[in-house]
Design a binder for this molecule. Sequence first.
Ligand code: 4GX
Length: 260
Amino acid sequence: MNCRQGWQMMKIDILTLFPEMFAGPFSSSILKRAQDSGLIEINLVNIRDFSTNKHHTVDDTPYGGGAGMLMAPEAIFGSVEDVNGKNPGMPGRVVLMCPQGTPFSQSLARDLAMSESLVIVCGHYEGVDERVRETLLTDEISIGDYVLTGGELPAMVVVDAVTRLLPGVLGERESAEEDSFSAGLLEYPHYTRPREFRGLAVPEVLLSGHHEEIRKWRRRQSLLRTLERRPELLSQAELTREDEEILKNLIDELLRLDLG
Ligand code: 4GX
């Protein structure tokens, strides 16, 4: 349950100490269009507005000692409870962006895209008081194994990847169907005009008009790229008998190149 119907707008609340960081990405291109056409509504909430102390601080030192500061619970609880109160009957997901989270992926993006609403908390400092994790969150997500200055850029990544999956967001021309990862393989090489550019020719088969030959060439290129760059994807990919045959030949060829 808690599954959004395709015609319903997705409400996205972003809880952050730096709401101004979102201005550019959210007022451009497809994310702007998705908001203008009512497919998503993005609400930026400044966590500092929910500080309960007179200096409006949101951080504090860790019990037990040690370097660095933590996000204290009061302002995070206050801001999450405020947005949850304004989304009655929308028990969507409450996500913390942090390096300890589940690795973000296209399948997690698909899963989030079915939620009625998203609340995204952008982590800062050395992290958040553990009671936030214990009681407020449904998810913790990491966008990759590197250290950023805060959870804002990760939140933008998640909003972007989720939004483009919502029905009506992409036009016919931008369709999400044939993308990398839709079948678990990397994309084949693409070419557009001119036929020859600075002495570099477009592969002959693409100009031939032989649709079956073109399909086979593209599939082989997808498999080759995946084998060379991301072999770990192959174990999860949806492979046909033909794909397996092509892969065998590719591996044979690569081995012969190595030896010869
Ligand atoms: N994918 N960071 C969050 C502070 C923090 C630490 C622990 C909560 C718990 C990151 C990433 C990321 C840096 C954002 C540390 N907040 N977030 N921040 N990679 O590196 O998502």
